[in-house]
Ligand binder design. Structure first.
Ligand code: AMP
Ligand code: GLY
Length: 427
């Protein structure tokens, strides 16, 4: 198989690392990739939203299987575009059509889908500029915390939660007046759910599914979950409170009806579903759907997949997922994200990096890195994800943090408390 992965983050390096181990992986390409992927695959200078360039890369490199990493091209319809090309009728693709991708691309659409299929989620109402005064009146009629969500993709910044009614009203007005551009031309006001979050992943061919290892990510920049949201500062898998009883509820109440909905709606969906869940009084609720793997969750999920992922993805794209067997490693994986000083605000790129020798039971996944004349430089906000593997969470985290001591660049920043809340729960 000749495989192309679209994207350039730690998630794509983790996918590449896992797919490269397959005996059936003949040649591996990543577009555009990063410094890490360039060491195990051929990076192609193609932008993920330039669909013609993606198509040409597929034709020129005789790609058999395309794996789409990020949500943007999916929501923009890359799968529909490629499937409509005469030269690409044989191409296998991991990633849903534009319609399926609306589960992530529109929170209004996904809320209606969940309501239709009886999937537990926070109650919500949707408002536009025309109904702004009703939205304000609605905020006045409920108690806080107030949860406001831009309908469309807003690079992880489209959710505002505040206890303050005046602030909520001001935010609703600003959002509907274009704070996040078209993404916030509709805004959901959602019931606040109090609980602990966990990310659950499945791979599906639209009818069959397999559950991948779950993970917990740490979104805030600061220790103790403080400060602004980031793309993710670290992750742990497995998650202690996602025990058998909870996961059975997730499967029966959330995964099965979601797959049934996808099939009944006739969505062309062969790919990952990422369920952002919250556990409230022992019961799972959906906070959001994503139509791809998480980042940095992929950096802990991929190392825990024992089976040949390429075989599983090929079977998924062909609609034969039920014929495969997915085996999971019993150990714990932790990842700690090393970021540029200033992230998630503005930061410098091009800082020279030292990454030391590889350690046993540690995998270094690159995110924002690039090689410049064989020297490794920072090239983004999230730079490296250091994954440690161990018998339990402490052992895995010790590995991650031990490896980090050998890594440096000017302004390197990371959280020293990944897993802190799970430790409190008593792992
Ligand atoms: P989202 O972009 O939908 O994942 O939301 C970002 C974050 O906001 C989530 O990870 C939660 O921490 C929080 N959040 C979203 N919706 C709710 C809700 N209804 N109740 C409480 N917290 C929420
Ligand atoms: N880590 C959260 C995400 O990938 O959306």
């Amino acid at each position: 198989m000749r495989v192309l992965i679209l994207g350039s983050g730690g998630r794509e390096h983790a996918l590449a690392w896992k797919l490269k181990q397959s005996k059936n992986c003949e040649e591996l390409f990543v577009a555009p990739g990063n410094g890490g992927t360039s060491q195990i695959a051929r990076n192609l200078p193609v932008k993920v939203n330039d669909f013609n360039a993606v198509k040409n890369a597929i034709v020129e490199n005789r790609i058999d299987l395309l794996v789409v990493g990020p949500e943007d091209p999916l929501v923009n319809g890359v799968v529909d575009f490629l499937k409509s090309q005469d030269e690409l009728t044989e191409l296998l693709i991991i990633g849903p059509s534009g319609e399926g991708a609306l589960l992530e691309g529109s929170k209004d659409f996904s809320k209606k889908f969940m309501e239709k299929y009886g999937i537990p989620t926070a109650k919500a109402r949707v408002f536009t500029i025309k109904t702004l005064s009703e939205g304000v009146a609605f905020l006045e009629s409920i108690s806080g915390p107030y949860v406001l969500k831009a309908d469309g993709l807003a690079a992880g910044k489209g959710v505002i939660i505040t206890e303050d009614l005046a602030e909520a009203k001001a935010n609703l007005t600003e959002m509907l007046k274009g704070k996040f551009g078209a993404a916030s031309s509709s805004v959901l006001i959602e019931e606040y759910l109090s609980g602990i979050e966990v990310s659950v992943f499945v791979i599906t061919d639209g009818r069959n599914y397999k559950i991948l290892p779950e993970a917990k990510d740490y979104k805030r920049i600061g220790e103790g979950d403080t400060g602004p949201n980031t793309g993710g500062m670290g992750a742990i898998s497995p998650v202690i409170f996602a025990n058998r009883i909870f996961m059975e509820k997730v499967e029966e109440r959330i995964i099965k009806p979601t797959i049934r909905g996808i099939s009944e709606e006739g969505f062309e969906y062969k790919g990952f579903i990422f369920f952002g869940l919250i556990k409230v009084n022992g019961n799972p609720f959906v906070i959001e759907y994503n139509v791809r793997m998480g980042d940095p969750e992929a950096e802990v999920v991929m190392p825990r997949i024992k089976s040949d992922l390429l075989d599983i993805l090929t079977a998924t794209a062909r609609g034969h997922l039920h014929k495969t067997d997915l085996q999971i490693e019993p150990y714990t994986a932790s990842t700690v994200m090393l970021v540029s000083e200033g992230y998630p605000g503005s930061y410098e790129k091009g800082r020279e990096m030292t990454i030391g020798e590889p350690l046993k039971n540690v995998v270094t996944f690159h995110a924002g890195t690039a090689y410049e004349n064989s020297s490794l430089k920072t090239n983004g906000g999230r730079v490296l994800a250091i994954t440690g593997l161990g018998k339990n969470m402490d052992e895995a985290l010790n590995k991650s943090y031990q490896a980090i001591r050998k890594i440096s660049w000017e302004g390197m920043t990371f959280r020293k408390d990944i897993g802190f809340d799970l430790k409190r729960l008593g792992q």
